[in-house]
Design a protein around this ligand. Structure first.
Ligand code: URP
Ligand code: ZN
Ligand code: ZN
Length: 462
């Protein structure tokens, strides 16, 4: 058989097993897996020495916001820097959210996001479609599912942005999505109670005293838990299918576990930051930099979320990448309600989960691949094209060293961000080599791909 590339002698990791074998690539696909592969075109194939390395399916980050207008500014990583960062982090596919602004239709939102990505993206990408005005958008759901966009998003907060959905909209969306084979993604926080708590603490004296820690004060865990309970309820009664995004609390994990045991079709992701950072960070001098939505929680939540990954009620790890620079973050001027909310994440997703999961023995290397590569592909309708190394799959492959660490330093990274929540941390699991549809896009930890290589991924949940 002829190959363009043979990845030789690595430990090929799937969600269930690890095998010492070679991987043969021709064009964009994996075409052979086996020991001692040799190309029929003599020396024509590029040989990549993976001895002593893990060879994993490229990471899939299903929760990303690139160039998102949000909190009075626009997130700093776009489809150029964001996808280069992803590649260096070993992520080969991402899913962003196409969000309609004002009175825009779903079509306008989707067109807008395609325009952001086309010609720029260095890895493959897809979009969830955000429903912000049910009465206007609901009628287009089937059309988008048929076109390859089977996942939709509703936010239970963000009235100020014009994105908020109420119970009526959620119930109706779940009914409609069930009828047509789609899935609803939900940002679950209880808006009215949150608004009340913010109102109570939004005064000069408290802001002077507590600074960014007011994020924690105004978002106790029940703000997320109550909203998840409601989502579970609407999912149960409609028979719909729900994916709770960026779950940050132990209570959330308990609720999801119980609902799944009751047969409710609901899953929940968490994000890397909720697994490694706690809300003590808000007390630091630069605590506002850690402002995200939902905010960081307590060590007991971190512990529970890792347990959820081990046991299954937490289905995958994403990043919710929404990068804001120091200058953008400074817009808060001491007012916690004005912090541009979000952090960089794509470049550190796999290293964080590998280091704090596999190296700390919380996850096996197979669970790591399951939660960061395979399960995201399955849940989002991209499997087995993505999320696995098997004959016929896209040759999206990341090679990592099992123990070698690299120090996080934003100055040496691809992100446009001028800080990192993980600055100075020693992490294993950075991509030594990354392949996207057969093309090498990271070589010896350096990006070597090109803008425009990335393609939109049509998806289907059936
Ligand atoms: O802080 C965050 N997460 N910003 C992005 C918007 C969202 O809620 O996902
Ligand atoms: Zn959200
Ligand atoms: Zn988000």
């Amino acid at each position: 058989m002829k190959f363009d590339t043979i990845i030789k002698g690595g430990k090929v990791v799937s969600a269930t097993e690890t095998t010492l074998t070679d991987v043969g690539i021709r064009g964009e696909k994996v075409v052979a897996i086996g020991k001692n592969l040799a190309s029929a075109n003599g020396g024509g194939a590029e040989i990549v020495d993976a001895r002593g390395r893990y060879v994993i399916p490229g990471g899939i980050d299903v929760h990303v916001h690139l160039a998102l207008p949000f909190c009075g500014t626009t997130s700093a990583d776009d489809y150029d820097s964001g996808t280069k960062a992803a590649a260096c982090g070993g992520v080969t596919s991402l899913i962003d959210f196409a969000i309609p602004y004002g009175e825009e239709t779903l079509q306008q939102a989707v067109d807008n996001w395609h325009e952001k990505a086309e010609g720029k993206a260095c890895i493959d990408y897809a979009f969830h479609v955000a429903i912000t005005k049910w009465d206007k958008h609901g009628k287009d759901i089937k059309k988008f599912i048929d076109k390859g966009y089977p996942t939709f998003k509703q936010f239970m907060i963000y009235e100020r942005e014009g994105w908020q959905s109420d119970d009526r909209a959620m119930y109706a969306a779940l009914e409609t999505l069930k009828a047509h084979g789609g899935m609803l993604l939900v940002h679950a926080e209880s808006s009215r109670v949150l608004d009340l708590l913010i109102e109570r603490h939004h005064n000069k004296a408290e802001m002077k005293k507590h600074g960014a820690y007011l994020h924690t004060v105004t978002r106790p865990n029940f703000v997320e838990a109550e909203a998840i309970e409601r989502v579970i309820h609407w999912t149960r009664v409609t028979g719909g299918k729900t994916f709770v995004v960026h779950m940050s609390t132990g209570e959330g994990a308990d609720l999801i576990k119980r609902a799944q045991a009751d047969g409710v079709d609901i899953v929940a992701e968490t994000c890397a930051q909720y697994l490694v950072l706690d809300d003590e960070n808000f007390k630091k001098k630069d605590g506002h930099m850690y402002g995200t939505c939902p905010q960081l929680k307590k060590p007991k939540d971190i512990k529970r979320l890792w347990k959820g990954l081990q046991d299954g009620e937490v289905c995958n790890v994403s990043t919710d990448t929404c990068t804001f620079t120091t200058k953008q973050k400074a817009m808060w001027k001491g007012d916690f309600t004005k912090i541009p909310m979000g952090m960089p994440g794509l470049e550190t997703l796999l290293p964080l989960v590998y280091t704090f999961g596999v190296r700390k023995r919380r996850l096996t290397v197979n669970q790591f691949v399951d939660k960061c590569c395979t399960n995201p592909a399955k849940l989002m309708g991209m499997f087995p094209k993505k999320g696995t190394i098997r004959v016929g799959s896209d040759a999206d492959i990341t090679i990592i060293h099992p123990t070698k660490t690299r120090k996080v330093d934003w100055r040496k990274m691809e992100t446009n961000c001028d800080w990192s929540p993980f600055q100075g941390w020693n992490l294993a699991g950075f991509a030594e080599q990354t392949f996207s549809r057969g093309k090498q896009i990271v070589k010896n930890y350096k990006f070597c791909g090109e803008n425009g290589h990335g393609e939109w991924i049509p998806r289907s949940l059936n």
